[in-house]
Design a protein around this ligand. Sequence first.
Ligand code: TNX
Length: 523
Amino acid sequence: MRTFVKATALLIIVLVIGGCTPQKRKLDLPNIMLTTDNLIPHPLEVTATNGSFPLDNYTAIITSDDEDLKDIGLFLSEKITAATDLHVPVNPSEATEIESIISIQLKGDFDTDNPEAYSLEIRKDTIYLYGASAAGAFRGIQTILQLIPMESNNDLANYSIWTIPTGTIADAPQFEYRSAMLDVARHFFTVEEVKKYIDVLSYYKMNNFHLHLTDDQGWRIEIKSWPKLTEIGSKSEVGGGEGGFYTQDEYTDIVKYAARRYINIVPEIDMPGHTNAASLSYPILNGNGKELAPYEGIEVGFSTFDCRKDTVYSFIDDVIGELAALTPGAYIHIGGDESHTTSKSDFNYFINRVSKIVEKHGKQMIGWDEVVHAEVVENSVVQYWNKKENAQEGVKKGMKVILSPATKAYLDMKYDTESKHGLSWAAYIPVETGYNWSPETFAEIPQESILGIEAPLWSETISNFDELAYLAFPRVIGYAELGWTTEENRNWDNYKIRLANQAPYLKREDVKYYPTKEIDWKK
Ligand code: TNX
């Protein structure tokens, strides 16, 4: 019924606006076949109807009267301008000449309860996009954007038309958590660099972005109650650069930028190891008894908090408290990896207490896979990077799992022996190896325990956007597909074609991806 009312309202709008159009253009639009050749992630169901929808100066976007959908309409319009130079109005109130419409609405009757589900019905004069929620509608506009051809067709009229193939798409993600991580501690990345990465990830329908904010080499987030963390702890990085940090306002700016793209920020404070920069700022936190100095190397496992000191926990309470207040999302990541100089009993005691602090601030804890050895609050999540047995142990404790196996999903691993950047301790990961595996079965854990997949990018060997792009692209696009697309719809040979077709988009966005010879890149 609701849909009917909305559809009727839309029709009235169309008629009213249409009524102002003096003459109808008679366009002879070509028949084009809707394929998945340009789509990543591969959608669930696609049906072609062999016509075309003209995107041109006579197109408008019309959304139902909902602030989120209106902003999604604006976002789509901005991206269409960036791609085509067209200025497509959103909910125009004036009598503009409109002959084709992109309609964005919500719909309640999907046969899945997945909030990111969406459907597209592309007809010759209207594209109907329905989202199960605003997030679903946002994912759907990425599909529309991917269907816009790189070149306009200039033979159909005396103006440019971008022809979009007609047909239907029904789509929903397989996993609820699809993410990339960026380590801004080993080398600092500016707000603009982080935003650029997030923007491209949103094109491939990722929905979380994990910021590794602290490590031995630097503390990168302003904490007002402990100001020396940034006054002292932010001023170093690997190789002796100047480091840097985000003020709370800058962090909030990143959170909002990501939220507009329906991407949730997951902040990480890594502890009790990886804490040299914190202890350097406040030596009372230090638990390894050694003299402190800024650290510019790339060794791990030498630092630890003093896990039996109450000051350490009041410090963590303040830090998590400030961070939780700045972070609208559900998760706070507390690290927990490679605490090689923390005794086992101290480590378990520490993780247990910190998991309660995270809960007290209303958030869900995520920890690297070592944390499963401690008693943690029940809804905590384990991020599998190293030991499958740890992930399985977490499942026994009722934890959900994020899959980031280093041998498959670490973006900082070199592609091959020739790679300009990257490490190789876990593996060489060519594009095929990164794509051609099954998160569904890899860790032998039940599907219902898998929260999703994340591709971490550690930054020991990279320090600017182009270097980030070299390691992340094209591999991260494959992880976006592994998180979204079901196994039946994934196939390396088919993916190779779709990935090759991303070259013009990546070029337009100035993303200097690694042009691996595995792919016959589109010119
Ligand atoms: C392991 S993965 C680490 C990081 C390093 C990375 C380099 C993990 C939880 N810890 O501290 O940066 O290897 O690949």
